[in-house]
Design a protein around this ligand. Structure first.
Ligand SMILES: Nc1nc(=O)c2c([nH]1)NC[C@@H]1CN(c3ccc(C(=O)N[C@@H](CCC(=O)O)C(=O)O)cc3)C=[N+]21
Length: 289
Protein backbone atom coordinates (compact mmCIF):
# COMPACT_ATOMS: atom_id res chain seq x y z
CA UNK A 1 0.00 0.00 0.00
CA UNK A 2 1.29 3.45 -0.82
CA UNK A 3 1.83 5.85 2.05
CA UNK A 4 -0.68 8.45 0.94
CA UNK A 5 -4.32 8.02 1.90
CA UNK A 6 -6.16 6.10 -0.80
CA UNK A 7 -8.43 8.41 -2.77
CA UNK A 8 -12.03 7.40 -3.06
CA UNK A 9 -13.04 5.52 -6.19
CA UNK A 10 -16.57 4.65 -7.21
CA UNK A 11 -17.64 1.09 -7.91
CA UNK A 12 -18.32 0.34 -11.55
CA UNK A 13 -21.74 -0.54 -12.91
CA UNK A 14 -20.41 -2.79 -15.66
CA UNK A 15 -22.94 -2.52 -18.48
CA UNK A 16 -20.83 -4.57 -20.82
CA UNK A 17 -20.75 -7.50 -18.40
CA UNK A 18 -24.47 -7.34 -17.56
CA UNK A 19 -25.32 -6.95 -21.25
CA UNK A 20 -23.39 -10.15 -22.01
CA UNK A 21 -25.19 -11.99 -19.20
CA UNK A 22 -28.60 -10.80 -20.44
CA UNK A 23 -27.74 -11.84 -23.99
CA UNK A 24 -26.64 -15.34 -22.95
CA UNK A 25 -29.84 -15.80 -20.99
CA UNK A 26 -31.82 -14.65 -24.02
CA UNK A 27 -29.92 -16.94 -26.36
CA UNK A 28 -30.84 -19.93 -24.16
CA UNK A 29 -34.52 -18.95 -24.10
CA UNK A 30 -34.53 -18.41 -27.86
CA UNK A 31 -32.81 -21.74 -28.50
CA UNK A 32 -35.44 -23.53 -26.39
CA UNK A 33 -38.26 -22.01 -28.44
CA UNK A 34 -36.57 -22.76 -31.75
CA UNK A 35 -35.94 -26.37 -30.63
CA UNK A 36 -39.65 -26.57 -29.81
CA UNK A 37 -40.46 -25.65 -33.41
CA UNK A 38 -41.14 -21.91 -33.19
CA UNK A 39 -39.66 -19.46 -35.68
CA UNK A 40 -36.58 -17.58 -34.45
CA UNK A 41 -37.33 -13.96 -33.52
CA UNK A 42 -36.66 -11.57 -36.41
CA UNK A 43 -35.47 -7.97 -36.23
CA UNK A 44 -35.48 -5.52 -39.14
CA UNK A 45 -33.09 -2.59 -38.78
CA UNK A 46 -33.62 0.35 -41.11
CA UNK A 47 -30.89 2.93 -41.62
CA UNK A 48 -31.41 5.98 -43.82
CA UNK A 49 -28.34 7.90 -44.96
CA UNK A 50 -24.66 7.68 -44.06
CA UNK A 51 -24.32 8.95 -40.50
CA UNK A 52 -21.10 7.38 -39.19
CA UNK A 53 -22.18 6.98 -35.56
CA UNK A 54 -25.50 5.46 -36.65
CA UNK A 55 -23.63 2.88 -38.74
CA UNK A 56 -21.58 1.84 -35.67
CA UNK A 57 -24.69 1.44 -33.51
CA UNK A 58 -26.53 -0.51 -36.21
CA UNK A 59 -23.51 -2.83 -36.50
CA UNK A 60 -23.54 -3.43 -32.74
CA UNK A 61 -27.21 -4.33 -32.93
CA UNK A 62 -26.67 -6.78 -35.78
CA UNK A 63 -23.76 -8.45 -33.95
CA UNK A 64 -25.96 -8.80 -30.86
CA UNK A 65 -28.63 -10.50 -32.98
CA UNK A 66 -26.05 -13.02 -34.16
CA UNK A 67 -25.01 -13.72 -30.56
CA UNK A 68 -28.56 -14.25 -29.32
CA UNK A 69 -30.01 -16.24 -32.23
CA UNK A 70 -32.22 -13.46 -33.56
CA UNK A 71 -32.53 -13.30 -37.34
CA UNK A 72 -31.66 -9.79 -38.42
CA UNK A 73 -32.27 -8.06 -41.73
CA UNK A 74 -30.80 -4.65 -42.33
CA UNK A 75 -32.10 -2.15 -44.85
CA UNK A 76 -29.81 0.68 -45.85
CA UNK A 77 -31.62 3.41 -47.78
CA UNK A 78 -29.90 6.39 -49.41
CA UNK A 79 -30.15 9.79 -47.69
CA UNK A 80 -32.45 11.17 -50.40
CA UNK A 81 -35.02 8.40 -49.89
CA UNK A 82 -38.55 9.83 -49.92
CA UNK A 83 -40.82 9.55 -46.88
CA UNK A 84 -43.23 7.50 -49.00
CA UNK A 85 -40.55 4.98 -49.89
CA UNK A 86 -39.75 4.58 -46.20
CA UNK A 87 -43.47 4.20 -45.33
CA UNK A 88 -43.78 1.50 -48.00
CA UNK A 89 -40.86 -0.43 -46.49
CA UNK A 90 -42.40 -0.15 -43.01
CA UNK A 91 -45.78 -1.33 -44.33
CA UNK A 92 -44.06 -4.34 -45.90
CA UNK A 93 -42.20 -5.16 -42.67
CA UNK A 94 -45.43 -4.73 -40.66
CA UNK A 95 -47.02 -7.40 -42.89
CA UNK A 96 -44.06 -9.81 -42.81
CA UNK A 97 -44.71 -12.57 -40.22
CA UNK A 98 -40.97 -13.37 -40.01
CA UNK A 99 -40.29 -9.87 -38.72
CA UNK A 100 -41.18 -9.42 -35.03
CA UNK A 101 -39.30 -6.20 -34.40
CA UNK A 102 -38.76 -3.10 -36.53
CA UNK A 103 -36.20 -0.44 -35.67
CA UNK A 104 -35.78 2.69 -37.76
CA UNK A 105 -32.53 4.27 -36.66
CA UNK A 106 -32.86 7.91 -35.57
CA UNK A 107 -32.10 10.65 -36.40
CA UNK A 108 -33.69 10.62 -39.86
CA UNK A 109 -32.84 13.13 -42.60
CA UNK A 110 -34.69 16.43 -42.18
CA UNK A 111 -37.20 15.88 -44.98
CA UNK A 112 -38.65 12.85 -43.15
CA UNK A 113 -40.97 13.33 -40.16
CA UNK A 114 -39.75 11.06 -37.32
CA UNK A 115 -43.13 11.04 -35.55
CA UNK A 116 -44.95 9.91 -38.69
CA UNK A 117 -42.40 7.14 -39.23
CA UNK A 118 -42.47 5.95 -35.62
CA UNK A 119 -46.26 5.81 -35.56
CA UNK A 120 -46.37 3.90 -38.86
CA UNK A 121 -44.72 0.87 -37.19
CA UNK A 122 -47.11 -1.77 -35.86
CA UNK A 123 -46.98 -1.12 -32.06
CA UNK A 124 -46.56 -4.87 -31.47
CA UNK A 125 -43.33 -4.70 -33.53
CA UNK A 126 -42.14 -1.38 -32.10
CA UNK A 127 -39.09 -2.72 -30.24
CA UNK A 128 -37.87 0.85 -29.61
CA UNK A 129 -41.05 1.58 -27.65
CA UNK A 130 -41.37 4.96 -29.38
CA UNK A 131 -44.88 4.51 -30.87
CA UNK A 132 -47.57 6.68 -29.23
CA UNK A 133 -49.45 3.53 -28.20
CA UNK A 134 -46.40 2.17 -26.35
CA UNK A 135 -45.66 5.55 -24.78
CA UNK A 136 -49.25 5.44 -23.51
CA UNK A 137 -48.84 1.91 -22.21
CA UNK A 138 -45.69 2.93 -20.34
CA UNK A 139 -47.29 6.08 -18.89
CA UNK A 140 -50.31 4.07 -17.72
CA UNK A 141 -48.11 1.22 -16.50
CA UNK A 142 -49.76 -1.24 -18.87
CA UNK A 143 -47.91 -4.12 -20.54
CA UNK A 144 -46.17 -3.00 -23.76
CA UNK A 145 -42.78 -2.52 -25.37
CA UNK A 146 -40.63 -0.15 -23.29
CA UNK A 147 -37.83 2.09 -24.62
CA UNK A 148 -34.52 0.22 -24.54
CA UNK A 149 -32.22 2.71 -22.82
CA UNK A 150 -34.44 3.48 -19.78
CA UNK A 151 -35.35 -0.17 -19.41
CA UNK A 152 -31.65 -1.03 -19.64
CA UNK A 153 -30.89 1.40 -16.80
CA UNK A 154 -33.42 -0.34 -14.56
CA UNK A 155 -32.04 -3.79 -15.49
CA UNK A 156 -28.47 -2.68 -14.73
CA UNK A 157 -29.40 -1.31 -11.29
CA UNK A 158 -31.40 -4.45 -10.54
CA UNK A 159 -28.39 -6.61 -11.38
CA UNK A 160 -26.38 -4.77 -8.69
CA UNK A 161 -29.27 -5.02 -6.20
CA UNK A 162 -29.71 -1.26 -6.25
CA UNK A 163 -33.36 -0.45 -5.55
CA UNK A 164 -34.45 3.10 -6.51
CA UNK A 165 -37.36 2.92 -4.05
CA UNK A 166 -37.46 6.03 -1.86
CA UNK A 167 -34.31 7.49 -3.40
CA UNK A 168 -34.21 10.93 -4.95
CA UNK A 169 -33.51 10.43 -8.65
CA UNK A 170 -32.52 13.50 -10.64
CA UNK A 171 -32.67 13.14 -14.42
CA UNK A 172 -30.94 15.73 -16.57
CA UNK A 173 -32.45 15.73 -20.07
CA UNK A 174 -36.09 15.18 -20.98
CA UNK A 175 -36.01 13.72 -24.50
CA UNK A 176 -38.74 11.46 -25.93
CA UNK A 177 -36.37 8.53 -26.19
CA UNK A 178 -34.42 8.68 -22.91
CA UNK A 179 -35.15 11.37 -20.30
CA UNK A 180 -38.94 11.25 -20.28
CA UNK A 181 -39.41 7.46 -20.34
CA UNK A 182 -36.63 7.13 -17.73
CA UNK A 183 -38.56 9.50 -15.50
CA UNK A 184 -41.55 7.15 -15.65
CA UNK A 185 -39.41 4.05 -15.10
CA UNK A 186 -37.84 5.62 -12.01
CA UNK A 187 -41.23 6.80 -10.74
CA UNK A 188 -42.65 3.28 -11.10
CA UNK A 189 -39.57 1.92 -9.33
CA UNK A 190 -40.55 4.05 -6.35
CA UNK A 191 -38.07 6.89 -6.67
CA UNK A 192 -38.84 10.54 -6.00
CA UNK A 193 -38.06 12.06 -9.37
CA UNK A 194 -36.79 15.47 -10.47
CA UNK A 195 -36.68 16.31 -14.16
CA UNK A 196 -34.08 18.89 -15.22
CA UNK A 197 -34.05 20.35 -18.72
CA UNK A 198 -32.94 23.35 -20.75
CA UNK A 199 -35.05 25.81 -18.71
CA UNK A 200 -33.99 24.51 -15.31
CA UNK A 201 -32.44 27.13 -13.05
CA UNK A 202 -29.91 26.17 -10.38
CA UNK A 203 -28.98 22.91 -12.05
CA UNK A 204 -26.14 22.58 -9.55
CA UNK A 205 -28.52 22.55 -6.57
CA UNK A 206 -30.67 19.86 -8.16
CA UNK A 207 -27.71 17.69 -9.11
CA UNK A 208 -26.28 18.00 -5.59
CA UNK A 209 -29.54 16.54 -4.19
CA UNK A 210 -29.42 13.37 -6.26
CA UNK A 211 -29.07 9.94 -4.69
CA UNK A 212 -29.34 8.65 -8.25
CA UNK A 213 -28.13 11.03 -10.95
CA UNK A 214 -28.98 10.21 -14.57
CA UNK A 215 -27.53 12.44 -17.26
CA UNK A 216 -28.80 12.17 -20.83
CA UNK A 217 -27.92 15.44 -22.48
CA UNK A 218 -25.42 14.58 -25.22
CA UNK A 219 -23.11 17.40 -24.15
CA UNK A 220 -20.17 16.96 -21.76
CA UNK A 221 -20.30 20.58 -20.53
CA UNK A 222 -23.71 20.75 -18.86
CA UNK A 223 -23.23 18.83 -15.61
CA UNK A 224 -20.10 19.48 -13.54
CA UNK A 225 -18.92 16.30 -11.81
CA UNK A 226 -17.85 18.38 -8.77
CA UNK A 227 -21.57 18.87 -8.01
CA UNK A 228 -22.19 15.15 -7.42
CA UNK A 229 -23.32 14.26 -3.90
CA UNK A 230 -20.75 12.00 -2.19
CA UNK A 231 -21.75 8.35 -2.59
CA UNK A 232 -24.38 9.00 -5.29
CA UNK A 233 -25.20 6.50 -8.01
CA UNK A 234 -24.26 8.09 -11.33
CA UNK A 235 -25.78 6.90 -14.60
CA UNK A 236 -24.11 8.51 -17.60
CA UNK A 237 -26.26 8.10 -20.71
CA UNK A 238 -24.39 10.62 -22.85
CA UNK A 239 -22.14 9.53 -25.65
CA UNK A 240 -19.82 12.13 -27.14
CA UNK A 241 -17.11 11.60 -29.71
CA UNK A 242 -14.08 13.64 -28.65
CA UNK A 243 -11.74 15.42 -31.07
CA UNK A 244 -9.10 12.69 -30.49
CA UNK A 245 -11.64 10.09 -31.67
CA UNK A 246 -12.29 8.64 -28.22
CA UNK A 247 -15.76 8.29 -26.67
CA UNK A 248 -16.82 10.06 -23.50
CA UNK A 249 -20.01 10.44 -21.54
CA UNK A 250 -21.72 13.61 -20.36
CA UNK A 251 -19.82 13.57 -17.05
CA UNK A 252 -16.11 13.94 -16.36
CA UNK A 253 -15.45 10.33 -15.40
CA UNK A 254 -12.25 10.84 -13.40
CA UNK A 255 -13.76 13.55 -11.23
CA UNK A 256 -17.06 11.68 -10.86
CA UNK A 257 -15.21 8.55 -9.66
CA UNK A 258 -13.86 10.56 -6.71
CA UNK A 259 -17.38 11.51 -5.66
CA UNK A 260 -19.81 8.79 -6.66
CA UNK A 261 -20.52 5.52 -4.87
CA UNK A 262 -21.36 3.80 -8.15
CA UNK A 263 -20.87 4.90 -11.75
CA UNK A 264 -21.44 3.71 -15.32
CA UNK A 265 -18.42 4.08 -17.63
CA UNK A 266 -18.62 5.29 -21.25
CA UNK A 267 -18.07 3.19 -23.27
CA UNK A 268 -19.12 -0.02 -21.53
CA UNK A 269 -22.07 1.28 -19.51
CA UNK A 270 -25.54 2.11 -20.76
CA UNK A 271 -24.69 1.70 -24.51
CA UNK A 272 -24.33 -2.10 -24.29
CA UNK A 273 -27.39 -2.27 -21.99
CA UNK A 274 -29.42 -0.51 -24.69
CA UNK A 275 -28.38 -3.09 -27.25
CA UNK A 276 -29.10 -6.06 -24.94
CA UNK A 277 -32.50 -4.61 -24.08
CA UNK A 278 -33.29 -4.30 -27.78
CA UNK A 279 -32.67 -8.06 -28.03
CA UNK A 280 -34.92 -8.61 -25.00
CA UNK A 281 -37.68 -6.49 -26.55
CA UNK A 282 -37.37 -8.34 -29.87
CA UNK A 283 -37.66 -11.69 -28.09
CA UNK A 284 -40.69 -10.45 -26.15
CA UNK A 285 -42.26 -9.07 -29.35
CA UNK A 286 -41.85 -12.49 -30.94
CA UNK A 287 -43.93 -13.97 -28.11
CA UNK A 288 -46.81 -11.61 -29.01
CA UNK A 289 -47.43 -13.18 -32.43
N1 LIG B 1 -34.42 4.05 -33.36
C1 LIG B 1 -33.32 4.19 -32.59
N2 LIG B 1 -33.15 3.39 -31.51
C2 LIG B 1 -32.03 3.51 -30.74
O1 LIG B 1 -31.88 2.76 -29.76
C3 LIG B 1 -31.06 4.48 -31.08
C4 LIG B 1 -31.29 5.29 -32.21
N3 LIG B 1 -32.42 5.13 -32.93
N4 LIG B 1 -30.39 6.23 -32.56
C5 LIG B 1 -29.14 6.41 -31.87
C6 LIG B 1 -29.23 5.98 -30.41
C7 LIG B 1 -27.90 5.68 -29.78
N5 LIG B 1 -27.91 4.27 -29.44
C8 LIG B 1 -26.81 3.55 -28.98
C9 LIG B 1 -26.76 2.18 -29.01
C10 LIG B 1 -25.63 1.49 -28.64
C11 LIG B 1 -24.52 2.15 -28.21
C12 LIG B 1 -23.29 1.38 -27.86
O2 LIG B 1 -23.21 0.20 -28.11
N6 LIG B 1 -22.28 2.03 -27.26
C13 LIG B 1 -21.01 1.42 -26.94
C14 LIG B 1 -19.87 1.99 -27.76
C15 LIG B 1 -20.16 2.10 -29.24
C16 LIG B 1 -19.04 2.76 -30.03
O3 LIG B 1 -17.92 2.23 -30.01
O4 LIG B 1 -19.31 3.80 -30.65
C17 LIG B 1 -20.70 1.70 -25.47
O5 LIG B 1 -21.23 2.68 -24.95
O6 LIG B 1 -19.96 0.93 -24.89
C18 LIG B 1 -24.55 3.52 -28.15
C19 LIG B 1 -25.70 4.21 -28.53
C20 LIG B 1 -29.09 3.75 -29.83
N7 LIG B 1 -29.89 4.68 -30.35
Amino acid sequence: MPNQAMSHSAQILDGKKVSKALQSSLSLQIKKRVDAGFDAPGLAVVLVGNDEASAVYVNNKIKACERTGIRSKSYHLPRQTSAVALYNLIDELNENPQVHGILVQLPLPEHIDETEVTNRINPKKDVDGFHAVNVGHLALRQPGLRPCTPRGVITLLHHYHIDPKGHHCVIVGASNIVGRPLLLEMLFAGATVTSCHRFTRNLEQHVAQADILCVAVGNPNVVNAEWIKPGAIVIDIGINRMTDGSLAGDIDYKVACQKAGWITPVPGGIGPMTVATLMQNTFEASLLS
